[in-house]
Design a protein. Structure first.
Length: 166
């Protein structure tokens, strides 16, 4: 039985625009180069993404199940894992849009790394306080299990203003 996960649908025109921007800003060509260096098999995927399956290189983000560069999703997991986590590609498509908004790797990567550092400093986790990951959907990206996840509770406690102190 197929599960419909496309509650967030982008029009073909919007996807074509994103793909054109990510081509011009060199994010997608850079992603294809990284995929080739990681000996991945690149195939078309949903949401106008290119899936680099069986990515084997140690960088970037060695623990992440998927990393997006432009319209290229570097996948470290197999098709069975992806079938059990169907929202992951929606999360990665949102990152692809972020690349187009942030003018490709030159703008996106430093901003993403800065947000990761901020997140780690504030929360002890590179993702849960990262604005890019939050906007892409922490649950969809498998960073947290839901709104009651203990990692989010810790973030809320740390960021909550303390009453009575000035």
């Amino acid at each position: 039985m197929a599960v419909d996960v496309d509650d967030e649908v982008w029009s073909p025109a919007v996807i074509r625009l994103r793909r054109a921007v990510n081509l011009v800003n060199l994010a997608t060509p850079f992603g294809l180069l990284v995929a080739r260096l990681g000996r991945a098999d690149v195939v078309p995927g949903p949401h106008g993404l290119l899936l680099a399956k069986n990515f084997r290189a140690k960088v970037p983000a060695p623990r992440a199940p998927a990393v997006t560069i432009g319209d290229v999703v570097l996948l470290r997991r197999d098709d069975d894992w992806l079938a059990r986590h169907p929202r992951m590609l929606v999360h990665e498509a949102r990152h692809s849009f972020q690349y187009s908004y942030w003018l490709g790797p030159i703008g996106f990567l430093p901003a993403y790394l800065a947000c990761s550092g901020w997140s780690w400093w504030r929360t002890g986790d590179f993702a849960v306080g990262n604005a890019f990951e939050r906007r892409a959907g922490l649950v969809d990206g498998n960073y947290v299990s839901g709104p009651d996840d203990p990692r989010l509770t810790r973030v809320r406690r740390r960021l909550r203003p303390r009453r009575g102190r000035r």
